[in-house]
Design a protein around this ligand. Sequence first.
Ligand code: DC
Length: 655
Amino acid sequence: MTHFDLPPLLRAAGTVRLPGSKSISNRMLLLAALAEGVTEIRDLLDSDDTRVMLSALAALGIGLEAQGANCWKVRGAGGVFPVKQGELFMGNAGTAIRPLTAALALSGGHYRLSGVARMHERPIGDLVDGLRQIGCDVRYTGNAGFPPLEIFPAQVNLSAPIRVRGDVSSQFLTALLMALPLTGEKAIIELTTELISKPYIEITLNLMARFGVRVEREGWQRFAIPGGQRYKSPGVLHVEGDASAASYFLAAGAIGGGPVRVEGVGKNSIQGDVKFADALETMGARIVWGDNFIEASAPAGRLKAFDLDLNHIPDAAMTLAVAALFADGKCVLRNIGSWRVKETDRIAAMATELRKLGATVEEGSDWLAVLPTPTLQANAEIDTYDDHRMAMCFSLAAFGGVPVRINDPGCVAKTFPHYFDVFAQIAAPVIAIDGPSASGKGTVAQRVAKALGFHFLDSGALYRLTALAAMKAGVSLDDENRVAAIAAKLPAAFQGDRIFLSEEDVTEAIRSEEVGKGASKIAAFPAVRAALLDRQRAFRRFPGLVADGRDMGSVVFPDAPVKVFLTASAPARAERRYKQLIGKGMPDNMRPLLQDIVKDLEERDARDAARPVAPLKRLPDADLVDTTNLNIDEAVAAVMDSVRHRLPFLNPPVI
Ligand code: DC
């Protein structure tokens, strides 16, 4: 088992593009498979659970064509599955095994379905009971009430309503609703107990409607599917961003200052979990809703305690349990009994892990109460129980200013394979060091990164690489669009302290005067700067980043908790450059050159400071380090002082 160490976190801000919703992805895949015609599904989630569904559909004879990792063309069967025999492995994907069981029970074939050990502990009895009422032949091959299952062809009779429980998992109802139109006959489902997680049924009905099948709903007790309906492909569909995944980032904004914006869901979302934002608002967070985004920021003071019925948002509610660590009193999460039968017993798991952080936790059969502690326990080792949501929501604990270890972080692949990289984009600490050329910031930044064990970005190298690549390609450095196109696809790689362009080592080549001049020129083009923006931001990973350049604090990482403006007088910088040139083999009898170098530096400073986009300037929130009279060690120590002052939790080593 591996682990992931999160450093103490202070602030969160920025924008996150969400991966596709798991619930919508797997429903769309199944409906497209059963529909007449070809459906193109865009922005599909690429994760363990969707791969389980895709490989099952392929095994069942559905034509699938990948148009990239997130876009699939599905050639529907126009009814039941054409393959009449199969062994299907369902992993731990509840959103795959439940609806597939129902659809296969009506497909007139012989199938076996199994999963990982935990899947064999997750109940499916209520769904099987419902299917048996209409004559389906579904048998347990392990423990009664649980997968694995064996399905045989059977004669179906829909004359009487199907009666199912609604209080264990809403996925049983979803499974029946999606499968029954395959019969072409009128079908009625009646719930014998109160339905939980109602918003998930709304997603199901909404998607069925998009595939042309109408369901008549009477309250939440009775659902009628009129006969004679068939699924028809709507053509092209887009998967919304995952609203449950949005909860981690929105909570990060509410706890860590913000604003944090999630893109891909908004006020018109069909996912119930967007209501998580309302729960955060109850805690005092400031929420802004857009058509395709939600944004959260922290309140002026501490987040407020809450006592809420969270039946409608069972998944996102886990995030609230961890956000409770930052509230001003005891928080109570009610009506969350379904947690007991999810990827793990989430009530027990949550209580155990929150206690490791020092919280006082009480639990009941379907509730949890969290009394936060003023100071979180440092270095807690959080177990994740093969439950992606445990790993993701406990990453928020690091905002308590303590290091947190997440065990088995790979479990996030179930729904969000790159979660920690995306989380780093809004939360990993950045030390932004900006300043004029030859101020020594490159060397200083590298030394600071090494001392802290942080990643390092030499942003100037990207501009130099772009200039060099353009020169090699014979592209004029005046041609903004063509240079920007080169920047967007720059085949650059940083390996240790070597820099490569395609396969060629260009570490020295990019430091030439000619390339430096070219870099300065193309750096003034807005299109070039825009093309390099995401590439620079991708360097932001845990445990943190030291970034050096001209606009690190102003444009690329405006939320950096540490900003340093590192400079020196022009004569001092000229002297350093002169020594550099001697180091490169220039004879030491060219002192008169110094005047030219000073002039050259002053001109370049003026150009960098005067350009309309991302000009070099000292920001009001940047600490000034003037290295005119400092050697490298002293300059590094001055930056580390700044880090110690701004990021006290980091405990940076004294140099
Ligand atoms: O830091 P350097 O000398 O390697 O930078 C090369 C050129 O790129 C320099 O003229 C300024 C420009 N640059 C920039 O505009 N923005 C950055 N973040 C980094 C460098």
